[in-house]
Design a protein around this ligand. Structure first.
Ligand SMILES: *[C@@H]1O[C@H](CO)[C@@H](O)[C@H](O)[C@H]1NC(C)=O
Ligand SMILES: *[C@@H]1O[C@H](CO)[C@@H](O)[C@H](O)[C@H]1NC(C)=O
Ligand SMILES: *[C@@H]1O[C@H](CO)[C@@H](O)[C@H](O)[C@H]1NC(C)=O
Ligand SMILES: *[C@@H]1O[C@H](CO)[C@@H](O)[C@H](O)[C@H]1NC(C)=O
Ligand SMILES: *[C@@H]1O[C@H](CO)[C@@H](O)[C@H](O)[C@H]1NC(C)=O
Ligand SMILES: [Cu+2]
Length: 422
C-alpha cells in the first residue's frame, strides 16, 4: 500500500503533525528477573545521568549481549540445519572508530561502487533511481508510511540494513561487515570530531559548508507541542571525504529546513540530482542520543511497544528518541527527510546502531523478547490496519529479495542472519 498523502509533508522523525490515536501496547508477560542465578543481575538497571558512567554501562550491556548471543549460537544444535549460524561463520559488526583505515576505505569504496552500478528499479516506476544505491532509497521512500511507527519498524530496518550489507559484499566485493555509528561516542567528542564525520578520507565524509544565519528546525505543531532543533555547524554541500562528489538523486519528500518550513518535490521519485548536504548538530546528538539516552532505552522499556516508542519518540513527549536524534544530528538533505534519509550513506551506520540497541535489548531476555512484536502496518495506526504478526511479510522491492516474514527477521543469529555486534 502506497500512502503518499499530503500529510507526508507534515511528517517528521520522532513526531507527526496529526496526532493519531496510538494502539494500546500489546500484552506481554511482565519481565521478572528476580532469580538469584540471573546473570543479568550484575548489569545496570537504571541509566546514570553522568554520561561518562553511562558510557561504561553501555559497554557492559553490549558485552553481556555478545556473550549471550555467542553462547546461544554455540549451544544451538546446528547438526540438522544447512547453512546454520555457527561461531565459525558468525559475522561481527563493529563500531566505525574501531575499524582500521583500510577497513574503512574498503567500506566507503564499496558504497561508491554501489552508487556506480545500474539500478534494478525500472525507470518507469522510479525515474530518479539511477543506481543500486538508489534502489534502496527508492524502496524506503515507497514504504515510509508503512515502516515507521509500525510493528515492522525494527525488523524492516534490520532486513534493509542487512540487505545493503549483502549488496556491498556480493555486488561490490566488500569483505567486511556493516559498521555502526555509536552516538554515545560522538556526543562525547562532538560530531565534527567523530571518526564517522570528521571529513577525512577515512570518514563517511564530513560536514556541509557553513551556511550563516540558519534558524531552527521546527517539528511537531498541529496540536502537538513544537520541538525546536537548533541549526548545526554546516548546512551546505559536503565537500570532503569519500562522498564529496556524490549525487543525491531522489527526493525531497518531507525535508525540514532551518527556517521552520519543509519542502517536497512531489512523491520524490523523479530525478532531482543535487549535492549531499549535512548540518552536523552536536546539540541534537547530546540532547537526544547521549550515553544516558541509549542506556535508558535499553534498560527501561519492559515491552517492545515501549521500546519502539522510546526509540522513535512518543509523539507529544518533546523527545525524538535516539532514532530521530541520530537523523537530525546529521541534518542537511536528505538527513532531515524521513522518506529519503537512506540517500545519505551514513544512514546505514546510524541504523546499524539502531539495530544494535534492539539486539542488546533482546539479549537481556531472549525468551520473551526475540519474537516480541507490537504495532500495526501503518504509521501510528493511521489509517487503522491489522496488527503486525510473525506472519507479516516484509518486502524490500527492487532493493533486495526475497520477501520474508517477520518471523525470519527477529533474531540476528537465526533465519537468514548470522551476526552480532561488538
Ligand atoms: C511500492 O510498494 C508497493 C507495495 O506497497 C509495491 O506494489 C510497488 O511495487 C512498490 N514500488 C516500487 C518501485 O518498489
Ligand atoms: C491488536 O493489538 C492490540 C494491542 O495489543 C490488541 O488490543 C488487539 O486485540 C489486537 N487485535 C487483534 C485483531 O488481534
Ligand atoms: C563471541 O565470539 C566471537 C567469535 O568467536 C569472538 O570474537 C568474540 O570475542 C566473542 N564475544 C564474546 C563476548 O564472547
Ligand atoms: C525557508 O527557506 C526556503 C529555502 O531557502 C524558502 O524557499 C522558504 O520560502 C523559506 N520559508 C520561510 C517561511 O521563510
Ligand atoms: C541526555 O539525554 C537525555 C534524554 O535522552 C536528556 O534528558 C539529558 O538531558 C541528556 N543529557 C545531556 C547532558 O544533555
Ligand atoms: Cu526508515
Amino acid at each position: 500500500m502506497r500512502l503518499n498523502a499530503p500529510l507526508a509533508v507534515a511528517l517528521l522523525f520522532g513526531t507527526i503533525a496529526s496526532a493519531a490515536p496510538a494502539p494500546a501496547p500489546q500484552d506481554e508477560a511482565a519481565a521478572t528477573t528476580t532469580v538469584s542465578a540471573d546473570p543479568t543481575s550484575t548489569l545496570p538497571t537504571t541509566a546514570s545521568t553522568d554520561t561518562a558512567v553511562a558510557s561504561d554501562q553501555l559497554e557492559d550491556l553490549a558485552s553481556y549481549a555478545a556473550q549471550q548471543a555467542n553462547s546461544s549460537v554455540a549451544s544451538s544444535n546446528s547438526k540438522h540445519k544447512r547453512g546454520a549460524c555457527t561461531l565459525k561463520n558468525l559475522a561481527i559488526r563493529r563500531e566505525w572508530g574501531s575499524l582500521s583505515s583500510s577497513e574503512r576505505k574498503a567500506y566507503t569504496n564499496a558504497v561508491l561502487c554501489l552508487q556506480a552500478k545500474q539500478a534494478n528499479t525500472p525507470s518507469s516506476l522510479i525515474p530518479g533511481a539511477k543506481s543500486r544505491f538508489d534502489d534502496f532509497v527508492g524502496t524506503h521512500i515507497n514504504q515510509t508510511m508503512t515502516i515507521h511507527y509500525t510493528g515492522t519498524f525494527l525488523a524492516w530496518h534490520r532486513y534493509f540494513t542487512w540487505s545493503y550489507e549483502q549488496a556491498l559484499r556480493n555486488e561490490c566485493g566488500y569483505t567486511g561487515y556493516q559498521p555502526y555509528w555509536d552516538w554515545a561516542k560522538s556526543a562525547q567528542t562532538g560530531v565534527e570530531k567523530s571518526p564517522v564525520f570528521d571529513g577525512s578520507d577515512t570518514s563517511m565524509s564530513g560536514n556541509g559548508v557553513y551556511v550563516p544565519g540558519e534558524g531552527n528546525v521546527v517539528l511537531g505543531g498541529n496540536g502537538l507541542p513544537e520541538i525546536l532543533l537548533p541549526p548545526g555547524t554546516g548546512g551546505g554541500c559536503v565537500t570532503s571525504g569519500p562522498f564529496a562528489k556524490m549525487s543525491v538523486n531522489l527526493g525531497p519528500v518531507s525535508l525540514s529546513l532551518t527556517n521552520g518550513s519543509s519542502v517536497s518535490n512531489g512523491d520524490g521519485l523523479s530525478y532531482n540530482p543535487r549535492c549531499l548536504k549535512r548540518d552536523l548538530t552536536s546539540a541534537v546528538n547530546q540532547r537526544f542520543a547521549n550515553a544516558t539516552s541509549v542506556v535508558n532505552l535499553i534498560v527501561k522499556p519492559k515491552d517492545v511497544w515501549d521500546f519502539e516508542m522510546t526509540m522513535q519518540g512518543y509523539p507529544g513527549s518533546g523527545d525524538i528518541g535516539v532514532h530521530g536524534g541520530g537523523h537530525y544530528t546529521m541534518g542537511g538533505d536528505p538527513g532531515r527527510d524521513l522518506f529519503v534519509s537512506p540517500g545519505d550513506p551514513a544512514f546505514y551506520l546510524h541504523h546499524g546502531m539502531i539495530d544494535r540497541t534492539w539486539w542488546i535489548w533482546q539479549q537481556l531476555d531472549p525468551s520473551k523478547r526475540t519474537n516480541a512484536i507490537s504495532g500495526t502496518g501503518t504509521f501510528l495506526n493511521s489509517p487503522a490496519s491489522p496488527n503486525t504478526t510473525l506472519d507479516t511479510p516484509v518486502d524490500l522491492g527492487y532493493a533486495a529479495g526475497p520477501a520474508l516474514t517477520m518471523r525470519d527477521l527477529m533474531s540476528t543469529t537465526a533465519g537468514p542472519f548470522c551476526y552480532i555486534y561488538l
